[in-house]
Write a protein that binds this ligand. Structure first.
Ligand code: ITT
Length: 197
């Protein structure tokens, strides 16, 4: 019997890698979006955006679809960049541009003012009951300088006290165990294991 297909609806190759690594033991064949661009992320919350992406993927490919929307919420910036995390420094900017802007905005701020949280919503569409969401988060601090070369996005400036490292200083396995995405996907994985059996 052929394997169940699972569309991973993201245009971000780093996320695709993390999501498929965590779901590796699920007995599915991963499908990517290829050249298909996701629609504009115009939701007011990461929940809305995650659902928009997974429902778009399901509409296009007519197969079980998983999508992720992630936001970095910094206390001293009243939760910003949040839903705007990918375009904090503007449209079509690099990960580095976003990290630099955040470090600049927090310049001179003390540790307790550098508290932050990564929040991830995983949405799964194409289920008998439509779409379901799963949430994961991790608390940390924004560092004063970049540290580590692993990971992507804001990882080099996000310090996780429970591990004593920035997420860019962790191995992929270490990051996936404690990350916002890892925590949300483990919940989705448990659900899908039951659903697919
Ligand atoms: P898709 O919509 O195609 O999935 P995206 O990069 O636009 O990809 P998001 O809107 O969810 O995805 O991402 C918000 C940004 O937050 C992302 O571009 C990264 O800069 C950052 N980010 C997301 N996950 C991260 C992680 O695990 N570690 C560090 N930064 C992350």
């Amino acid at each position: 019997m052929s394997k169940q297909k699972l569309l991973v609806a993201t245009n971000n190759k780093d996320k695709f890698k993390e999501i498929t690594a965590i779901l590796d033991s699920l007995n599915v064949e991963f499908v990517s979006l290829g050249d298909i661009e996701l629609p504009e992320e115009d939701g007011k919350t990461i929940e809305e955006n995650a659902i928009k992406k997974s429902e778009f993927g399901f509409e296009i490919k007519k197969m079980l679809t998983i999508a992720d929307d992630t936001g970095l919420e910094v206390d001293a910036l009243n939760g910003a960049p949040g839903v705007y995390s990918s375009r904090f420094a503007g449209e079509n900017v690099s990960y580095e541009d976003n990290r630099k802007k955040l470090l600049n905005e927090l310049a001179g701020k003390k540790l307790e003012e550098r508290k932050a949280k990564f929040r991830c919503i995983i949405a799964v569409s194409g289920l008998e009951k439509g779409t379901k969401t799963f949430e994961g988060s991790v608390d940390g601090y924004i560092t004063e300088d970049e540290r580590g070369n692993s990971g992507f996005g804001y990882d080099a400036i996000f310090f996780v006290p429970e591990i004593g490292k920035t997420m860019a200083e962790m191995s992929p396995e270490e990051k996936n165990k404690i990350s916002h995405r890892g925590r949300a996907i483990v919940k989705a994985k448990k659900y899908l294991e039951n659903y697919l059996n």
